[in-house]
Design a protein around this ligand. Structure first.
Ligand code: NI
Length: 393
C-alpha cells in the first residue's frame, strides 16, 4: 500500500474511532455502533452475513486465490457504565458511559484490517470472518454470536485486546492460558434470628458466614495443585439491620478464577462442601448457587508463534504477555465443551501507549496505534500464505 493511501486510511480510521469513542453503548444496546460498523464495511464493499443479530454483526472477506481455510477474528464492541475523565477532545457524549476498555479501538482496528484484506483479496486464499461481537463486558455476548452458524466452518480464531501497559508497536504474546475461567457463587446462610444479648436463643448466620469465608480460602492452599493458578474472592457479605439483633440470614457472594478445567470443577465441589458442612457444624443451613461464566482462554502454541513472526515481519516489537485472572468471553469460541470440536485460538495484546489501566475513567488510546494494529491484524489473517501446519492443542 502506498504511503499516501496509508495516510488516507489512517485519517479515516482515526476519525471514525473518535466517533465510536464519543458514542459508547452498553452491552446489548450497541445499536448505533452496529449501524456505524455496517455503514463503514458496506462503503468498503465488504459482505455482511445475513444473521438476525440485535446488535453486533459478522462480515466476511473472501480470498480470490485457490485453497485456504476459513478463519475468524473477534472484535468486541461494547462500552462500560463509567463516567469519562480522560482529557481528550473527543470525550464520551453519553453521561455515565465510556469506552474504557478500548473496544472502540478493537472496532476500528478490525474494520481497518477488513478494508486492507478486501483491497488485497486477489492475493488472499481462504475466507476471513470478522465477528463484531456485542456484550463482552457481560461475559456472554459471545454466546449470542454462537447461536448463529458463523463458527461452523471456522478452523481457527484470533482475538486481541488493547494493552495500556505497552507502547504503540508492541505486541504481547503468550502460549497457553491467557485469561481465566470466571465463575460466580452466592451462598445463602440460614440461621435463626434472636436478641443480640441472647445468642443462645438462636443460630448466628454471621458467625457461620465468617467460618465459611475462612474455610473457602483453604481451597487454594489445600485442595488445588500448587502449580495451577487459581483464586477465590468473597466480594460481598450482607446480613442484619441493626446492632442488637442477630439476623436470621446472611448472604455471601464472590468469584472463582481458574485456568485448568478440572480445577474449575474441584472449586465448585469444595465451595458447596465447605459452605454446607460448615453451616451444618454451626447448626445453620447453607444454599449455594453457582453461576458459570466463560472458560479460560488458551492460546494455541503454533498460532502464538505466528503472532510473533508476523510482528517481526512488520518491524514491531514483541514482549511476553502476562496471563490474567481476568476473563474474556473470547474463550467460548475455542472452548471444546461449547463448540463440541477443536477450534484453536489465539488472543494477543496490542500496545496502545502506556497509560491508565483498562476500566479506569481516564483510560485513553493513543490514536497512532490504530493503523499499525489494523496492518498487524491484516497480516495475521493472511496466515494461509505461509502457514498451514496441523494445529492442535
Ligand atoms: Ni475489554
Amino acid at each position: 500500500m502506498a504511503s499516501e493511501d496509508n495516510k488516507k486510511l489512517e485519517r479515516y480510521l482515526i476519525e471514525n474511532f473518535e466517533w465510536f469513542h464519543r458514542h459508547p453503548e452498553l452491552p446489548y444496546e450497541e445499536v448505533q455502533t452496529t449501524a456505524k460498523i455496517r455503514g463503514m464495511l458496506t462503503e468498503a464493499g465488504i459482505e455482511i452475513l445475513p444473521y438476525l443479530l440485535e446488535t453486533g454483526l459478522v462480515a466476511v472477506v473472501r480470498g480470490q486465490k485457490n485453497g485456504g481455510r476459513t478463519i475468524a477474528l473477534r472484535c468486541d464492541i461494547d462500552a462500560l457504565p463509567i463516567t469519562e475523565e480522560a482529557d481528550i477532545p473527543y470525550r464520551s457524549e453519553e453521561t455515565g458511559k465510556m469506552h474504557a476498555c478500548g473496544h472502540d479501538f478493537h472496532i476500528t482496528a478490525g474494520i481497518g484490517a477488513a478494508i486492507l484484506l478486501q483491497e488485497h483479496r486477489e492475493d488472499l486464499c481462504g475466507t476471513v470472518k470478522f465477528i463484531f461481537q456485542p456484550a463482552e463486558e457481560e461475559s456472554h455476548g459471545a454466546l449470542k454470536i454462537l447461536e448463529t452458524d458463523v463458527m461452523d466452518d471456522v478452523e481457527c480464531i484470533w482475538g486481541f485486546h488493547a494493552d495500556p501497559t505497552n507502547a504503540v508497536g508492541v505486541i504481547g504474546i503468550r502460549e497457553g492460558y491467557v485469561t481465566a475461567a470466571v465463575d460466580r457463587f452466592v451462598i445463602r446462610v440460614k440461621g435463626t434470628g434472636c436478641h443480640g444479648a441472647h445468642p443462645d436463643d438462636g443460630i448466628d448466620p454471621i458467625l457461620t458466614s465468617a467460618a465459611i469465608v475462612q474455610g473457602l480460602q483453604s481451597i487454594v492452599s489445600r485442595s488445588v495443585n500448587a502449580f495451577h493458578p487459581s483464586l477465590l474472592s468473597v466480594t460481598r457479605i450482607q446480613a442484619g439491620t441493626t446492632w442488637n439483633v442477630i439476623p436470621a440470614e446472611a448472604e455471601l457472594e464472590g468469584t472463582v478464577r481458574t485456568m485448568d478445567r478440572k480445577d474449575r470443577l474441584l472449586y465448585e465441589r469444595r465451595v458447596r462442601e465447605i459452605a454446607m458442612q460448615t453451616a451444618s457444624a454451626y447448626g445453620a443451613e447453607a444454599e449455594v448457587t453457582w453461576v458459570a461464566g466463560p472458560p479460560a482462554t488458551y492460546n494455541n502454541g503454533e498460532m502464538a508463534q505466528v503472532c510473533d513472526k508476523t510482528a517481526k515481519e512488520l518491524g514491531m516489537e514483541t514482549v511476553p504477555e502476562e496471563s490474567s485472572m481476568g476473563g474474556d468471553d473470547f474463550a467460548y469460541y475455542e472452548d471444546k465443551d461449547t463448540m463440541q470440536r477443536d477450534i484453536p485460538g489465539c488472543y494477543v495484546k496490542i500496545g496502545i501507549g502506556v497509560g491508565h489501566p483498562i476500566h479506569h475513567p481516564a483510560f485513553c488510546v493513543d490514536e497512532s496505534a490504530i493503523l499499525p494494529a489494523a496492518k498487524y491484524l491484516a497480516q495475521l489473517l493472511t496466515i494461509e500464505k505461509r502457514y498451514d501446519a496441523n494445529m492442535s492443542r
